[in-house]
Design a binder for this molecule. Structure first.
Ligand code: MTE
Ligand code: HPA
Ligand code: MOS
Length: 765
């Protein structure tokens, strides 16, 4: 089945925040952000801004009718700065005017005097100064201390990954409209209507039943709107609450890039020990997460780094420690993979470091240590593993030997172009790591004309979740998909939703939809059973007909619906689904946090132009564990998008803050994302179809985030190509491997900063 949005997307008819028709009298907001990263506010002068034409009001923290607080996990984030600013771009005032241009022009007239305070941008420096968002977390398995003596090889090093700008096509924004009796309706580009509702309520002082958040779809979220859509909605809600007029704020690209948090940069230490057979016996890692100025989702992201710190491998002795470090950057937030990719880059770096020093192919170490069913993850869950299946199928399907031969033939015959290849196995846990969040709800109505309405907590952001949910309803009722309509996602239809995140949206909301549809179907079939004098267990629905023992009878879907209605049987159902079996004990750091894992193996090949340092990705060939895909077209789209986004993070997207905490890569000309010319020339996707019983909707495993991590192979493919040109090249485990860094590495130069940090110890037993 096609993505139900494909026709309207193609015609430009799909509705985003900016497509909502404006009500007469709508006002426009714009936020004034701090020009510096850290300091105390000596004075704030908004008089000149207030005098600007068409300006209606300039809001500061003093105008807040509720609480000046929007922190999601920890109440440590104000909506508008009071006496201190903690990052460059931190909202200080909110101007509301009759036009967008007038609001932005007024912002330029705001004057703020700030006494500068020291700026920290480096997470290690923050950790040394005790600037932690939450106490450090440690995951332990076995005993590394006593394991080192049994290792034949031990290597230590540093691995660093930079942040990443979400660059959703639709920027952040909200449109708040006053309702009677003080109510407010907010259209928001949010992944979490409940969080947006809650923040707006806290700031205005309204109760949650007075504030409705309604979402049609997002032009991309990628985690950037899991928590960070709230501020703009809260500002609009506050202004609407006070002025009793509709207020809209749609950030422009530069505002969005400057004011919102991104993927967390990490700097990490690793130590890896292997025995003679190349089994990894022990692994230690310390992760320094650059959280930015407030908690946002950082503690949860930190946790997932620990969950994925051993990627697809079984390691019997693990000690992983993670620090969430407070710096003076915009608070960093969820981004596809949610800390997992950062953890995986470090273990892959450790393996490659070991391989390069021992003189074996990294793939040999990877393969030797793949997790198998029955092995224990460092957090206590027992693996049901497809790691070897994916790996072996990839080697066979894509004929790894011929890929290797082609590369060495090419490299032997080309001086100025070199190819490199890397294998990237991935294992990603599906469920919110916070067990409580693993719940979903659906509200299904069957109308008397036979059409069906489905509302859930799921947010459509391009990932195709609405199509999947529609498929669930159409399948249960055996209806033409045209008869089913997915409604907008509203807090007043479905309350207390979890964000659409953790790749779990289709599972959680799809399962709730399945329950609701089944309940209605059972009630309707009971009516038919009585009227047709047939046992209810003999009745099924097929192609809009009732069947008795599989044989179509004269009752159509339409007749069934009317019969139930005339009997006063409810044609509506609200269902609640909570993932069974999962739990996690944060004191012991052990449990069974994931409903299941998704596995895969990718082969990434790259060609470097060794004169210029530029490169291309020849191919990404992979085997991916889909379970049993319920929509191959959507799932393949997710894999292709994830790979390209992962490659962008690993190679070309270079987020740059200066020492003063100012974002330098603040435009699309200074921050490069992959375009059609930089995507791999070929992406081959082969399904590992697994029939295992699992908790995925229709056994169709979650697919949103895992493929991003195949992109990590891009860094290592480039590394191998560089080594083919210059075997002595001393390359930092630091991403992104931009053309600039590639060029330096080709000729033996290294980033000074990374170079100074690296303390290397390696010995062969
Ligand atoms: N795909 C598109 N097109 N747009 C997005 O914003 N977000 C990603 C992924 N794929 C995203 C996307 C992220 S971060 C997550 S968690 C999942 O989709 C969320 O949707 P799901 O739970 O339905 O997979
Ligand atoms: N993934 C994504 N988003 C989240 C998670 C998670 O595990 N936990 C809280 N928000
Ligand atoms: Mo995705 S980072 O869980 O929104």
């Amino acid at each position: 089945m096609k993505n139900i949005d494909s026709a309207t997307h193609t015609r430009g008819e799909s509705v985003y925040l900016d497509d909502i028709p404006l009500l007469q009298g709508t006002l426009f907001g714009a936020a004034f952000g701090s020009p510096v990263a850290h300091g105390t506010i000596k004075s704030l002068d908004i008089e000149a801004a207030k005098q600007m034409p068409r300006v209606v009001k300039v809001f500061t923290y003093r105008d807040i009718t509720g609480e000046n607080q929007i922190g999601g996990i920890i109440p440590d984030e104000v909506l508008l700065a009071e006496h201190e600013v903690d990052f460059c771009g931190m909202p200080v005032a909110f101007v509301v005017a009759e036009t967008e241009d007038a609001a932005r022009a007024a912002i330029k007239k705001i004057k703020v005097e700030i006494d500068l305070l020291p700026v920290i941008t480096d997470p290690r420096e923050a950790q040394q100064k005790g600037e932690l968002i939450v106490p450090p977390r440690t995951f332990l398995l076995g005993d590394t201390d006593s394991a080192w003596s049994g290792c034949c090889y031990i290597f230590e090093g540093i691995a660093e990954t930079n942040g990443q700008e979400h660059l959703y096509i639709e920027t952040q924004g909200a449109y708040a409209i006053p309702q009677e009796n003080n109510g407010i309706k907010i259209y928001s580009s949010t992944q979490s209507p409940r969080a947006t509702q809650q923040a707006s309520c806290k700031v205005t002082g309204l109760a949650m039943h007075q504030v409705e958040v309604d979402v049609t779809r997002l032009g991309g979220g990628f985690g950037g709107k899991e928590d960070q859509a709230n501020a703009w909605a809260a500002m609009c809600a506050l202004a609407t609450h006070i002025l009793k007029r509709p207020v809209k704020y749609s950030l422009n690209r530069m505002e969005d890039m400057a004011m919102t948090g991104k993927r967390h940069a990490y700097s990490s230490d690793f130590k890896i020990g292997l025995n003679k057979e190349l089994k990894i016996i022990a692994y230690e890692a310390s992760f320094f997460q650059n959280a930015g100025a407030a908690a946002d989702l950082s503690p949860a992201v930190l946790e997932r780094t620990l969950f994925h710190c051993t990627n697809s491998y079984f390691i019997p002795n693990v000690k992983a420690r993670a620090y969430s470090c407070r710096t003076h950057l915009p608070p960093n937030t969820a981004f596809r993979g949610f800390g997992g990719p950062q953890g995986m880059f470090v273990i892959e770096s450790a393996i490659v470091k070991a391989a390069e020093n021992i003189g074996v192919d990294a793939a040999v170490i990877q393969k030797t240590n793949l997790i198998i069913s029955g092995d224990e993850f460092p957090y206590g869950q027992t693996a049901v593993s497809e790691a070897n299946h994916c790996w072996e199928k990839a080697m066979l399907m894509y004929d790894i030997d011929s890929i290797k031969n082609e590369i060495s033939f090419f490299n032997d015959n080309n001086k100025l172009f070199k190819k490199g290849m890397a294998l990237m196995p991935v294992c990603f846990g599906i469920s919110f790591t916070n067990t409580m969040m693993n719940q979903g709800r659906a509200l299904v109505h069957v109308f008397t004309d036979g059409s069906v309405s489905v509302a859930t907590g799921a947010i459509e952001m391009g990932q195709g979740v609405n199509t999947k949910i529609l498929q669930v309803a159409a399948q249960v009722f055996s209806l033409d998909p045209e008869k089913v309509k997915l409604q907008t996602t509203s807090t007043h239809k479905i309350a207390n939703t979890s964000p659409s995140a953790a790749s779990a949206t289709a599972d959680l909301n799809g399962k709730a939809t399945l329950m609701a549809c089944n309940a209605i179907k059972q009630r309707m079939l009971a009516v038919a059973s009585e009227a047709l004098n047939a046992d209810v267990s003999s009745l099924t629905l097929k192609d809009e007909h009732v069947c008795i023992d599989g044989e179509r009878c004269e009752w159509t879907w339409q007749r069934l619906v009317m019969a139930a209605f005339l009997k006063r049987v409810s044609l509506s159902e609200h269902a609640h689904y909570a993932t069974p079996e999962i739990y996690f004990d944060k004191l012991k750091e052990k449990g069974h946090p994931f409903a299941y894992h998704v596995y895969g193996t990718a082969i990434v090949t790259a060609t470097i132009d060794c004169l210029r340092g530029i490169y291309e990705f020849d191919s990404v060939k992979l085997v991916h564990d889909f379970g049993t895909s319920m929509n191959a077209a959507i799932d393949i789209g997710q894999i292709e998008g994830g790979i390209v986004q992962g490659i962008g993070w690993m190679t070309m997207e270079e987020l740059m803050f200066d020492k003063e905490g100012r974002l330098r890569s603040n435009t699309l000309s200074s921050y490069k994302v992959p375009d059609i010319y930089s995507v791999p020339k070929r992406i081959d996707i082969e399904a590992l179809k697994t029939e295992q019983d699992n908790l995925a909707i229709f056994r169709s495993k979650a697919v949103g985030e895992p493929p991003l991590m195949y992109g990590i192979g891009a860094y290592f493919a480039l590394r191998n190509a560089i080594k083919a040109f210059n075997p002595q090249a001393d390359i930092a485990f630091a991403a992104p491997m931009t053309p600039e860094r590639t060029l330096m590495a080709l000729y033996g130069l290294r980033d000074k900063e990374v170079w100074e940090r690296e303390k290397e110890v390696s010995h062969h037993g």
